[in-house]
Design a protein around this ligand. Structure first.
Ligand code: DGL
Length: 271
């Protein structure tokens, strides 16, 4: 099956990476809108326009199902694009529900982009599941920029996290929700601030499992396979075409950037 994924940038690779692990034999098209990243600080109308155009682009290239691998674009645009196009369109939302149910009488911190935090979708999810008011919301726009510049374990990132986390007693949190697909790259950095008993939750595995059940791909799902052990191995095994804002990626520089990010995602996968 041909599966299209889109994100404002390279955050969506964390969803694609999970798909490579769980559904290694499918065909993928990945679209990163690097001309317009970040989405998380833009106006909803702009995000809606970009998302609508990208979904059309992916359908025109044969996608049979689309994952909006971006919490921000999902919160603004998923309902509209589902009305416009008649193929299955799967969105992502911060994994607040599992986080609240795992929370063991402690608190839940939900990190996302400013747009995701402002939009009604997250608000109504929280109203529904956070009946004991244990969730705190934290916008983290700069992590998107750091991820796009491949700045991960560096003093700048630690200083930013320190500033954003100041004012919270982090020992109160049993769950940290990574409500933006760019945030996975920083798992080792969060661990410097949160104790070993704080669980980091993202929606990536859940989204791919949902895709598998929705598209009857469960028999193809492989939970055990270690997908690749080097960038070359990954190039050999995966069937994915990458696009950057409508341009097919063929140059070595961008391909090796993507490979480095897949390697980083492999490193942090079980963190
Ligand atoms: N990766 C996206 C998300 O999940 C958007 C980040 C951005 O472009 O601000 O929210």
């Amino acid at each position: 099956m041909k599966i299209g994924l889109l994100d404002s940038g390279t955050g969506g690779l964390s969803v694609l990476h999970e798909a490579f692990h769980l559904l290694p034999d499918e065909e993928y098209i990945f679209y990163a809108d690097l001309d317009h990243v970040p989405y998380g600080t833009k106006k909803p109308e702009e995000i809606l326009a970009y998302t609508t155009e990208i979904v059309r682009f992916l359908i025109d290239r044969g996608a049979e199902v689309i994952i909006i691998a971006c919490n921000t674009a999902t919160s603004v645009a998923v309902e509209t694009v589902r009305r416009l196009y008649d193929i299955p369109i799967i969105g992502m939302e911060p994994a607040v529900k599992p986080a609240v149910s795992h929370s063991r009488n402690r608190r839940v911190m939900v990190m996302a982009t400013p747009v995701t935090i402002r939009e009604n979708k997250l608000r109504s999810l929280i109203d529904k599941v956070d009946t004991d008011h244990i969730c705190d919301l934290l916008p983290m726009p700069k992590l998107v920029e750091y991820a796009e510049s491949e700045v991960f374990e560096s003093q700048e990132v630690y200083d930013y996290l320190e500033e954003k986390f100041s004012g919270f007693d982090l020992s109160e949190y049993s769950e940290l929700v990574l409500g933006c697909t760019h945030f996975n790259y920083f798992k080792p950095c969060y661990r410097r601030f949160f104790g070993a008993d704080t669980e980091f939750i993202d929606g990536n595995g859940g989204t791919i499992r949902y895709l598998a059940s929705r598209m009857n791909l469960i028999p193809a799902m492989d939970d055990r396979r270690v997908y690749f052990d080097s960038p070359d191995d990954m190039l050999d095994k995966s069937n994915c075409t990458y696009y950057v804002s409508g341009r097919k990626v063929t140059d070595e520089t961008t391909l090796s950037h993507i490979m480095r990010l897949h390697n980083r995602l492999e490193e942090v996968r079980k963190f």
